[in-house]
Design a protein around this ligand. Structure first.
Ligand SMILES: [Zn+2]
Length: 55
């Protein structure tokens, strides 16, 4: 029996660079907020993609 299930809720989030509008998909909290490779600024959350369908 396995009662020790570690539930880590991951959320797919679309982030966008405020400068060049480059977008990217990251998974929180596994990944941290990415830095735009072009502008070297922290990207911002554009949209949360995860839908709460897991009950
Ligand atoms: Zn950028």
């Amino acid at each position: 029996m396995k009662n020790k299930v570690k539930e880590e809720r991951q959320e797919a989030v679309e982030v966008i660079c405020p400068k060049c509008r480059e977008t990217r998909i990251v998974y929180f909290p596994k990944e941290s907020m990415p830095i735009c490779p072009v502008c070297k600024v922290e990207m911002i959350v554009k949209e949360v993609l995860t839908e709460g369908k897991y009950g």
